[in-house]
Design a protein around this ligand. Structure first.
Ligand code: ATP
Length: 361
């Protein structure tokens, strides 16, 4: 199969004081020309996975193949320099005593590319990352964003078919990070290189990726499009990690044809896809995104009432905390126009089509 395939890949560091693996039984299929993000909290095993793919680490179990050829197994690895991969790090790793040109041309010099061709390729790489005209500068004369672009150009110059990026934007300020995000996405589209990108920032992952691999505790929790992992989280861990979510307790009333009727919030009934093996009486948790709750002025017969206990203006939207009679607090996000005040009684409506149920143990 084309692309990168990880099968049952595990890695435990010998020096670790616990015997928990940094990466455990990882299966992943990364297709050519895709922007794939490894996403998860600090210490979940993202960088270890990237270093395994790059060939800096040998897996304890499993195999990594590129275009059908095994490049890593417990028997050994093809070294990083012999793989068609480039790598970009968080700390740029540009040489301070070399100019932009000298930094970028380095990989071509190693490969003894003739000077004329090397000049053309440097110009092209600098053009790709919007650094045209700055090739005589030293890194100290560049902004953080420009230095990161030098690092990108240096990786691109050797024309890798796969680019591995380890939190490359995390040293940049918020505004620049957002701009570089768009540029990275465009760069990936223009070059057709497969990007494997590590981040703990879920907004970054949603904005950039064709596919997101959500990793937690060294294990793959879900692999899907941004829409799938956000809208249809595979489990509670994913739901909780991917942005704001209300996790509300409820109970299954009945299951018919793969759909469950559940009761929650003061006996509101929702009809939802049933988790596998669920049956009437099961305690469940339902994940409801704040934007999928609608607050209205109560009318006679409104089934769920709450009191507005907090109102936060966030610029492009307003967030309400709605406290139910049970004491549970729902976070609700709406259009920034402020309709309700703290202390108002409100009716709560949930968009069932956008919710996901998990079994509660
Ligand atoms: P972060 O976002 O903080 O960089 P990460 O998800 O990239 O985290 P890894 O760097 O892959 O996580 O680390 C996974 C686990 O392995 C962590 O518990 C970490 O402490 C441990 N670990 C990483 N490198 C080593 C090492 N060289 N020796 C021992 N343990 C390590």
């Amino acid at each position: 199969m084309a692309g990168i395939v990880l099968r049952n890949v595990s890695k435990t560091y010998p020096s670790r004081d616990t015997d928990m693996a940094a990466v455990s039984g990882l299966d992943l299929d990364i297709h050519d020309n895709q922007f794939v993000t490894l996403l998860g909290p600090s210490g979940c095993g993202k960088t270890t996975t990237l270093r395994l793919i790059a060939g800096y680490l040998t897996p304890d179990t499993g195999t990594i193949s590129v275009n059908g050829k095994v490049v890593s197994s417990s028997d050994g690895v093809i070294p990083p320099e012999d793989r068609c991969m480039g790598m970009v790090f968080q700390n740029y790793a540009v040489w301070p005593h070399k100019t932009v040109y000298e930094n970028v041309v380095f990989g071509l010099k190693l490969r003894k590319v003739p000077a004329d061709e090397a000049r053309k390729r440097v110009d092209h790489a600098l053009d790709l990352v919007n650094l045209t005209g700055l090739k005589k500068r030293y890194p100290s004369e560049l902004s953080g964003g420009q230095q990161q672009r030098v690092a990108l150009a240096r990786s691109l110059i050797v024309e890798p078919s796969i680019l591995l990026l380890d939190e490359p934007l995390s040293n940049l300020d918020a505004k620049l990070r957002e701009r570089m995000r768009t540029e990275l996405k465009q760069l990936q589209r223009r070059t057709g290189i497969t990007f494997i990108y590590v981040t703990h920032d879920q907004a970054e992952a949603l904005a950039l990726s064709d596919q997101i691999a959500v990793i937690h505790g060294g294990r793959l929790q879900q692999y899907g499009t941004p829409r799938e992992v956000y809208g249809r989280p595979a489990n509670r861990v994913v739901a909780d990690f991917m942005g704001l979510v209300n996790l509300v307790h409820g109970r299954v009333l009945g299951v018919v044809g793969g759909r469950a009727t559940v009761s929650l919030l003061n006996d509101t009934r929702l009809d939802l896809p049933a988790p596998q093996g669920s049956a009437a009486g099961d305690p469940i948790e339902i994940a409801i995104r704040p934007e999928n709750i609608n607050l209205q002025k109560p009318v006679p017969g409104s089934s769920v009432l709450a009191m507005v206990s907090e109102r936060i203006f966030l610029g492009n939207l307003t967030e309400y905390c709605a406290t139910l009679a049970s004491g549970e607090v729902l976070r609700v996000q709406t259009h920034p126009q402020e309709i309700f005040n703290v202390g108002d009684q409100v009716a709560v409506n949930v968009d069932a089509s956008q919710c996901t149920i998990f079994q509660r143990t």
